[in-house]
Ligand binder design. Structure first.
Ligand code: ZN
Length: 362
């Protein structure tokens, strides 16, 4: 399958769409990056430690798929690793936590706020961002994303311990959350100052699959709001992704001040549009494993049809993307099928209006 060429550059498309103008295709992003190197025969381990390989993967993805986003995400653990959590790396799967840095909450008193110029892999990523900016600034908006304060706190202490201690040791957890929040604020701000790119947030631990609404209100909401408020001083309010079930806390999510919400495929885009679409932009939510990786091109096309039908007329805008990270092992043909279906049904996109491409099929 050949990728259909589009008329606008991603930068033109996103800028005009943001201003409420009609664009050639609905903004379409691939939440890929650390999961994609294997597609190009590159070891994920090598990719994590090489600015050359990061630039190569981003460039090849841009060429092969033409999605609207560019830029490696810091993912769920890069900040925690920079602070001291030990990661395990392998060549064919994404890194995972081997040993959380905080064993005892008194350690926090002596821990420094993150330094992006020397901690962990962040300096390598900064170098790659600079090169991507030099190469693509004219046609693309380069960005990044990172775990929010709650997910980062869990990566610093271990998720099981966090979930136990937020009941047994709330004072210590409060101290941890404040520290984690300061590091996220600093990381986004300093990356912006260093390379001029903005960040979004991911909070998989804030899902209803892992914490109650009450816990969300206590341990996620105020800290996300703090990051949003601080980042707002130099960039637009970030968007957020939360995995899994979230619909019991959508009103809380809105109150953090975020500008966009990317939902998991287990949630309804239609319901999201009805409840939040007049307040923030929404995005989602092709099933990443069952459809994008394991599905046929026809299944992918059907799913995209449904997403665009349900949400492309959302008043504050819609972005088409998988419901979570593009999984390792997703075939190239499936990603091309995804992009081509986005173009077929998402042609003639304008905020608050059904895409022209889908109208004749309705
Ligand atoms: Zn997710």
């Amino acid at each position: 399958m050949e990728l259909i060429k589009t008329e606008m550059t991603p930068k033109e498309r996103l800028t005009l769409y943001g201003k409420g103008k009609e664009v050639d295709r609905i903004p379409t992003t691939l939440s890929a990056g650390e999961t994609i190197p294997v597609l190009y025969g590159i070891s994920i381990h090598d990719y994590y430690f090489s600015a050359d390989l990061m630039v190569e993967v981003e460039s090849r993805m841009a060429e092969d798929f033409g999605a609207d986003n560019m830029g490696m995400g810091l993912g769920l653990r890069t900040v925690a690793e920079a602070i001291g959590t030990k990661m395990h790396y392998s060549s064919d799967s994404v890194a995972y936590i081997e040993d959380p840095v905080i064993k005892n909450y008194s350690q926090i008193d002596n821990m420094d706020i993150i330094n992006i110029k020397k901690d962990g892999r962040i300096p390598i990523m900064i170098e790659a961002f600079k090169r991507l900016k030099d190469k693509y600034d004219k046609e693309r908006i380069i960005g990044t994303g990172m775990a929010g304060p709650l997910t980062t706190a869990c990566a610093l202490v271990g998720t099981d311990k966090f979930l136990k201690d937020c009941i047994k040791k709330p004072d210590e957890i409060k101290k941890l959350m404040e520290y984690s929040t300061e590091c996220i604020i600093a990381c986004g701000r300093d990356i912006y100052n260093e390379v001029g790119i903005t960040s979004s947030l991911s909070e998989p631990i804030a899902s209803a699959n892992l914490i109650s609404k009450k816990q969300f209100e206590r341990w996620a909401k105020p800290y996300i709001k703090k990051v949003v408020d601080e980042w707002n001083k130099f960039q637009n309010a970030p968007s957020i992704h939360i995995c899994g079930k979230t619909n019991d806390r959508w009103d809380d999510v809105i109150e953090t001040g975020i500008s966009g919400f990317w939902v998991d495929n287990c949630e309804s885009l239609k319901e999201l549009k009805t409840r939040l679409g007049d307040k923030i932009s929404i995005s989602g939510n092709v099933a990443p494993v069952d459809i994008l990786r394991n599905g046929t091109p026809e299944m992918i096309e059907n799913e995209i049809f449904n997403c665009i039908k349900q949400a492309s007329d959302s008043p504050k805008g819609f972005g088409l993307c998988p419901g979570c990270t593009t999984p390792v092992g997703t075939p190239k043909e499936n990603i091309i099928a995804f992009m081509n279906a986005a173009y077929k049904y998402g042609k003639g996109a304008k905020k608050g209006h059904m895409c022209k491409g889908i109208e004749k099929f309705l």
